[in-house]
Write a protein that binds this ligand. Structure first.
Ligand code: SAM
Length: 253
């Protein structure tokens, strides 16, 4: 059973101040534009629908800019930590969680010492496909997404959950400096790695022509259909719910 009701985004939009709303998305034109953006964010919708962790547990968000999920979970009683490369003003009225401005792959030593193997769950929405590609003016690093999911593995406790969304298509493509699109092989090797897959859902992040028919935003497709999709915009997104069931088979090497 999901802990967070689906209409939570609407509730959040209703209660939050206009200033706080504008601060969520960098360079947003108006509060109305931010509201539309949040309502149409299918990753958030699918994540909240599938998020199933005990209240009070420790939740880490990787790439926490541009949506209010960390706030929503903190309001609901979770101990939330957000990590993002970009600056976020902790004094803003909507920042009710612990925010760390850092490259997720080189977190401060102090943080690693305390949290290694101790985090209950981690989520990352539309973020790791950008890692290391220079989208945010960082240096190019071909395997930064691989390192990020390994970092998630290391931080999670055994039994912990990782919730991840990335774009999906019929072949692996790296559009420097924008994003990667994963196919089944690269999804396994670069993202899933040693995790056990508990849920894998494919859905459209926008309206598009699919197989000669109009696919609507959020429309779910089968794995077989997803594996045929060219990867063009708007993306097909894959949502993964992953479990760390044991220590890595490579960890003793
Ligand atoms: C496309 S945004 C997605 C943000 C948000 N989760 C959403 O769904 O709208 C990707 C985010 O990942 C962050 N990011 C990129 N590389 C990072 C890194 N190495 N470490 C931490 N955050 C990173 C960016 O700053 C950006 O906020």
């Amino acid at each position: 059973m999901p802990c967070i009701p689906k209409n939570i985004i609407d509730k959040y939009i209703k209660n939050v101040s206009l200033d706080a709303l504008l601060s969520i998305i960098e360079n947003a034109e108006s509060p109305e534009a931010v509201k539309d953006c949040l309502r149409e964010d299918m990753d958030v919708d699918v994540f909240l629908d599938n998020f199933d962790e005990p209240i009070n547990s420790v939740v880490l968000e990787v790439g926490s800019h541009d949506e209010p999920v960390a706030n929503i979970l903190a309001d609901a009683g979770y101990k939330v930590i957000g990590v993002d490369l970009r600056h976020y003003d902790k004094n803003l009225p909507n920042c009710n969680y612990e925010f760390i401005q850092s490259d997720f792959n080189s977190l401060p030593n102090e943080f690693i010492k305390i949290n290694l193997g101790n985090i209950d769950s981690i989520f990352s929405l539309s973020a790791i496909e950008h890692f290391g590609l220079g989208t945010y003016l960082e240096h190019y690093h071909a395997y930064y997404d691989v390192l990020a999911t390994r970092q998630m593995w290391n931080l999670l406790k055994v039994g912990g959950t990782a919730y991840i969304t990335v774009p999906f298509g019929n072949k692996f493509i790296e559009f420097v400096p924008h994003w990667r699109i994963y196919d089944m092989k690269s999804l396994q090797e670069r993202v899933i790695q040693d995790f056990q897959v508990e849920e894998m859902l494919f859905f459209f992040s926008g309206e598009t022509d699919f197989d000669g028919k109009l696919a609507t935003t959020g429309q779910v497709v089968t794995k077989e259909e997803a594996m045929q999709y060219s990867g063009r915009l708007p993306h097909l997104t894959v949502f993964l719910k992953l479990r760390k069931i044991s220590i890595s088979r490579f960890s003793s090497l």
